[in-house]
Design a protein around this ligand. Structure first.
Ligand code: C2O
Length: 359
């Protein structure tokens, strides 16, 4: 098995050619020369209940703040540090890894715009959540979920926008965000850099239609929802937009654009792959994407099935786990949520509020 720490090359990336970026363009993980271990499913009995970010109890919010603060307090080169975690996204999205192990050293690995999108981010959050729990010594620690598909969740959750809490800087705050959208404006799940200026009520109705589009109308089968084949030897450029899945291309990308600061050169932080991980809201945005993958299957529509193609099943990534070990994980192990011990807290009257919102 190749060692990703040697595969990752800070000089490789296309990001090195962008000028005036506000975040670092050195994104490879800290190299501590560890062997890559195989993944094992969690054995502990505790269940982590991922909670709605707009309805957290003070205990949930307080634990979450403490965990993120602990992450921010680690030395930069620690694999669990806030910046190391942010760089994971950059490294896998901006061309730091090449397909050298599969015999294509000139081709980048890029986990967006293809069927790698959902499983890669599921694994990323899996380790991120366990690392945060470990930092505050809480094996039940669970991430919040930004439920932007439900009317009550269609604003940036308040816990992220205060600058200070009890006289100390809020660890969930990020300075590089759209100055207007953080004022609790109703999000536009079809946002493309232009504010529509319609009433909240109308925006909410439109958002539900956008969710219907991404989850039902445009996501009727495996490839339309997950995105198209991306296998060893494929160029990420040639394999761009036409193969992006309905949820990734639609509401997921709109949320990134909506939160990023349009006055910065690369819409940092949320508006660009290389910088998105520096905004704590990125992770809870993806918690919802992860939940929507589950809901897509729960809809019970005949075409709503996980991929079974072996190229998909056997694609793998490497992450630092909560014990600072490098672990290799496969798509095939990401599909059965019962094997992980996290769950989603749902509001029983509100599941699938967009289910009947056919535009
Ligand atoms: Cu890896 Cu929402 O992007």
């Amino acid at each position: 098995t190749p060692d990703i720490t040697s595969l990752c090359n800070d000089l490789n990336s296309g990001v090195n050619n962008i000028a005036e970026s506000v975040r670092t363009r050195k994104c490879c993980p800290p190299n501590i020369g560890k062997k890559i271990k195989p993944f094992v499913f969690p054995k502990e009995k505790m269940v982590r209940m991922r909670w709605p970010a707009h309805r957290g109890t003070s205990e949930q919010v307080d634990k979450y703040r403490r965990a993120i603060q602990a992450m921010r307090d680690l030395p930069e080169d620690h694999p669990h540090s806030f910046n190391s975690q942010a760089k994971v996204h950059c490294a896998y999205c901006n061309g730091y890894y090449t397909q050298v192990a599969s015999g294509f050293p000139d081709l980048d690995i890029h986990i967006h715009n293809s069927w790698l999108f959902l499983p890669f981010h599921r694994w990323y959050l899996y380790f991120y959540e366990r690392i945060l729990g470990k930092l505050i010594n809480d094996p039940t620690f669970a991430l919040p979920c930004w439920k932007w598909d439900e009317p009550a969740g269609m604003r940036i959750p308040e816990i992220f926008i205060l600058k200070d809490v009890n006289g100390k800087p809020n660890p969930l705050y990020d300075v590089y965000r759209d100055a207007w959208h953080i004022k609790q404006v109703v999000i536009d799940l079809d946002y493309d850099h232009i504010d529509k200026g319609i009433s909240d009520e109308m925006q909410i109705t439109r958002n539900l239609c956008t969710m219907y589009r991404d989850m039902i109308r445009n996501g009727g089968d495996t490839i339309s929802f997950f995105g198209g084949n991306y296998i060893a030897g494929d160029s990420p450029v040639a394999n761009n937009d036409p193969s992006v899945g309905s949820l990734e291309a639609g509401s997921h990308t709109a949320v990134h654009r909506w939160v990023g600061d349009p006055t910065l050169p690369y819409d940092e932080d949320m508006g660009n792959f290389y910088s998105a991980g520096y905004d704590p809201v990125f992770y809870i945005h993806h918690v919802n994407v992860d939940r929507l993958w589950k809901l897509w299957k729960d809809l019970g529509i005949p075409g709503h099935k996980d991929p079974t193609n072996s190229d998909w099943l056997n694609a793998s990534y490497v992450f630092y786990d909560e014990n600072e070990e490098l672990v290799r994980v496969y798509n095939k192990d990401s599909v059965d949520l019962r094997k992980f011990n996290y769950r989603y807290i749902e509001n029983s009257e509100q599941v699938f509020p967009w289910r009947k919102s056919r535009p």
